[in-house]
Design a protein around this ligand. Structure first.
Ligand SMILES: [Mg+2]
Length: 368
């Protein structure tokens, strides 16, 4: 079998304008998603998405004519490209999708088959007033979610902490609450200073009183020493690592004792194969592995298959914050959006590969 063709479809995300503005301090025309399709010479097609794949055309020839099943070779080649250019991990996702189709098995089974699904947490992206955040949390609870994650703007800490307080009061003790300070994440052009260590320590100590499950990226992601000190000083679970770019750096982060929860996104950070290995190391050290999934339904599926395969958890991120961010907007390129069961579990479908069915009409409609 050979790789015959690699197709890239660049799409404009159908974002709610106020939701987009809440994320990006620098005005830009739009956000993009790229769908990668790998066609083989015997008629199979694998699908991936996540990184935008900008600049990939210069490296396409390194894959055309190659055996699509030679994943170890492709991962090493993608790492050499990542050194010079982009994180083209959606291509690896499409190749794993082909491997699963050839095997007749879900990718999660090939990755270990530990679980057939994971409880998901509603991962909120919008910054809203405390009362509104609490109301939305009650709706999540009604829909079956057992946890939610609240994004707190480090430059508006009192308001963010008030949102967590109001939510805890509204939902009671049963529902898990995570908090993301996003200090490891930067939109292009955002040069605002990071939260200082003393401010982070005060915020984390207050969040511990509110019994949050984890605090995510309270300091810059590269500040492993600071994160480790914060863990020790507060006793609060600390999460991070969603965008750590290479496998060796992920291992350093794990060994530095900076994180209780490691979150590399397989479609952005280091790919499915490498993140699987990292996840197994993480679990062997009795830490939590639960990846970042904030891209789209295809990225969510790729992360679900790895996390379910190795037995990650205890929750998987489910980007969801209606009315601005619905499953229909998130998964607009899929024939059917991904939904959790009534008990808040996202299941691996039994279909071979990643089980992706694209909506060709949507792909034409939102073409950039
Ligand atoms: Mg995060």
């Amino acid at each position: 079998m050979k790789i015959d063709r690699i197709r890239l479809d660049r799409l404009v995300l159908p974002l709610d304008p106020s939701f987009a503005a809440a994320w990006d301090p620098v005005p830009r025309r739009s956000f993009f998603a790229t769908i990668v399709r790998v066609d083989t010479d015997d008629g199979l097609t694998g699908v991936g998405s996540g990184d935008t794949m900008d600049g990939f055309d210069a490296y396409r020839h390194l894959f055309i004519g190659q055996d699509p099943l030679a994943l170890a070779r492709h991962v090493r080649v993608l790492e050499t490209i990542d050194f010079h250019a982009g994180r083209y991990w959606p291509l690896e996702v499409a190749l794993w999708d082909i491997v699963g189709q050839v095997a007749g098995l879900p990718v999660a089974t090939l990755f270990g088959g530990a679980l057939d699904g994971l409880p998901v947490y509603a991962s909120c992206g919008e910054l809203v007033a405390p009362e509104e955040r609490a109301q939305r949390a009650l709706r999540f609870q009604d829909e079956g979610f057992r946890a939610l994650k609240i994004r707190v703007d480090p430059h508006r800490l009192p308001e963010g902490l008030a949102a967590v307080e109001a939510t805890r009061r509204a939902v009671g003790d049963e529902m898990g609450i995570m908090v993301d300070l996003n200090q490891g994440w930067r939109m292009p052009g955002d040069t605002k200073p990071a939260l200082d260590p003393a401010g982070a320590r005060n915020a984390v100590a207050r969040l511990r009183e509110l019994d949050v499950l984890w605090v995510e990226e309270p300091l810059a992601g590269t500040d492993l020493h600071g994160l480790r000190e914060l863990r020790r000083a507060t006793g609060q679970r600390i999460a991070g690592g969603e965008m750590i770019r290479t496998f060796p750096e992920l291992v350093v982060a794990l060994e530095s004792d900076a994180f209780d929860v490691i979150q590399p996104d397989v479609v952005l950070a280091a790919g499915m194969s490498r993140v699987r290995t990292l996840a197994e190391l993480t679990l062997a050290r009795h830490r939590w592995f639960t990846p970042h999934t904030w891209t789209n339904g295809i990225g969510l599926l790729a992360n679900l298959h790895v996390a379910a395969g190795v037995g990650g958890g205890p929750f998987l991120e489910f980007p969801y914050d209606p009315p601005g961010w619905t499953v229909e907007r998130r998964d607009f390129m899929l024939a059917e959006p991904l939904r959790a069961d009534a008990d808040g579990t996202l299941r691996v479908s039994g279909r071979p590969g990643l089980g992706i069915t694209l909506d060709d009409h949507a792909i034409r409609r939102y073409a950039a």
